[in-house]
Design a protein around this ligand. Structure first.
Ligand SMILES: [Ca+2]
Ligand SMILES: [Ca+2]
Ligand SMILES: [Ca+2]
Length: 238
């Protein structure tokens, strides 16, 4: 008992220890997906949502619910985020701007652990898009890599009044289609089926209802650096 008390006290002093890394699967789309910000496509109903978002550093559950679904076909990798949010806040509307400074969802993929190239996609509730093919952040970060434009298609559905903090919003949905050609430099013409990538889905939530902004991920973000891929989850294409 004494040893357990000491261990709990130590873990509180040193910060939370990270939970085991997560491993998800991505299945072929069961039908066509219309990129309109609506989750009503039959293909989405067939996908189990990923809901295991954890706050950066503390690994605790975030205040507001977030889910992401993933699937793919011969041409696109699809994602659908659904975010509860009582205060939707959007700062930027330009392509490749600093979308992470207000409410945003993000996807990170490193298709091949032996190849340092990785991909970052961010979409804000106002459908502003940031996309970047990166090698590492020490080489210039987004200033160097964000000019890349992969032809991503996105749409959003906002239930609320963004930037009007006096009322309470319901949330927003973001639907994404990333052309598989975006990853060609790394994966070539290999079929997705059977591949396992490093992966993180991320959400930033800034709201008047929160004591502090909340950044959460399906990855273990121990040091507040989402570009540190050691805590990424894995994503296997079935
Ligand atoms: Ca749709
Ligand atoms: Ca870009
Ligand atoms: Ca918010």
């Amino acid at each position: 008992m004494a040893r357990i008390v000491v261990m709990v006290a130590l873990s509180l002093l040193l910060g939370a220890s990270p939970p085991p890394l997560m491993h998800f699967t991505c299945t072929p789309a069961a039908g066509p997906i219309e990129i309109d910000g609506k989750a009503d496509d039959a293909a989405w109903k067939a996908v189990t949502p990923i809901t295991e978002f954890r706050l950066w550093r503390s690994f605790q559950k975030p205040t507001e619910a977030t889910s992401v679904r993933l699937c793919y076909d011969d041409d696109f990798l699809y994602a659908l985020f659904e975010c509860a949010d009582p205060d939707i806040f959007v700062l930027h509307s330009q392509r490749d701007d600093r979308l992470w400074e207000s409410d945003v969802v993000e996807l990170f993929f490193q298709p091949d652990e032996k190849n340092p190239i990785y991909y970052e996609f961010e979409i804000a509730p106002n459908n502003a898009v940031f996309d970047a093919r990166m090698v590492n952040t020490g080489s210039g970060g987004f200033l160097r890599w964000a000019a890349w434009d992969c032809g991503i298609r996105t749409a959003t559905d906002v239930r609320g009044t963004p930037n009007h903090w006096q009322d309470r919003d319901q949330g927003y949905t973001i639907e994404i289609a990333i052309p598989l050609g975006a990853f060609h430099e790394v994966i070539g013409d290999q079929p997705l089926k059977g591949q396992t990538w490093k992966f993180a889905a991320v959400r930033a939530d800034l709201s008047v209802t929160l004591k502090a902004e909340e950044r959460s991920a399906t990855a273990n973000v121990a040091d507040y650096d989402i570009h540190n891929k050691s805590g990424y989850s894995k994503l296997t294409f079935k």
